[in-house]
Write a protein that binds this ligand. Sequence first.
Ligand SMILES: Cc1ncc(COP(=O)(O)O)c(C=O)c1O
Length: 427
Amino acid sequence: MKHTGFSALGRRTAAPPIAWLMKMTLDHPNLISLAAGFTDNETLPVKETRALFDRILGSARTGQSALQYGTTAGEAELRTRTVRRLQAQDGSAPGAGPATEYSPERLLVTNGSQQMLYILTEALCDPGDLVLLEDPTYFVYLGIAQSHGLRCRGIRMTPEGLDVAHLEQVLTRLQQEGDLSRVKLLYLVSYHQNPTGITTSLERKRAALDVLRHFERAAGHPIYLLEDAAYRELQAGNDPVPVSALTLKGGAERVLYTSTFSKPFATGARVGFGLLPEAVFKIAVRIKANHDFGTASLLQQLLLAALRSGTYDRHLAVLRKRYACKADVMLGALRKHFPPPVRWIEPGGGLYVWTQLPPRLKTGVTSRVFQAALAHEVLYVPGELCYADDPTRRKPTHEMRLSFGGAPLAEIRQGIARLGAVLAELC
Ligand SMILES: Cc1ncc(COP(=O)(O)O)c(C=O)c1O
């Protein structure tokens, strides 16, 4: 029988590369993985979480509500605290003026921010629609776009973030081709980007939002700026990061801000959120209700207790130091072991170092570099996986994403030394 019985979406959905990378890790027990986006294992807040659960389950009142269904949008106090926290990070004191964009009524708690990205794409995009993304971008989002049958256009990156002149060129071309009405959103991982580590400045975000606003008149509908701030709290040093695009003129109506408690606290707790324009929030809640009618109450209560007690901020301070140390160790090892033609970007936070080889050296899974790395039992993410299928440009094939998140310090040193030996031979 030829017909599989699967829907168009089911048939279209490709296997995510991350599943393959994980399988590699499992199949090669001695492999050092600098590929996975895992967070630091040793600092996971096990004791703190046990104490918080003891507190939550220590009384019938709090225990029962933690073990009961909740509302689809999320636990009320968690939504309020999250919004207040975000408002403080954006430099606007709670209670200072109307600031309707910082309303808990617009905040949706999700099962990791991954679910938020999925829901927003479902809410806004039909097959054949266009999304604009950074070149390169978070490769799991590419899976969402692929599965929904979306067309993608990559927007170049510069050291200051998104290349807004290129964004304008791409939109102009789409307008000339009569495709502007299919453009739905610009997806921007604005802080310590996955995979490049680049942070987009507020000026760039302002310029990007202005460009979107300009073209949406001809598009005939809003073109949203989907600002994914997953790594915002993971800055390495003490220099402040830019405030979010929510602070910009028109931000309340056009910015879909998503972030997560999972990277800065515990990835296994899977609690993320989105602060959305009212109209988008309404649709996103309906879709979320169809997915699961609410993120696990127990996990929301855990995050709420962590925020309320100060455990979250104390843990975040520990994590930031830990990742700063891991980044230093990786960068030191790169300087020591990688041959001179190889270049990399020093990140100001996040979990990744983006590395560029000479263009003739391919890094894809069938390449000599990848196969030799595997033979030396070290794994990285081939850079080409982070580029959307965009027919208007060729995908670069000579880059790699190296993560210092999950591997212990000794493995970071050893993994980079092994990769350096491979590259010294092939460069
Ligand atoms: C850029 C980016 N956004 C979103 C996510 C999703 O994270 P979570 O679902 O744990 O919030 C990730 C995870 O790696 C990420 O790298």
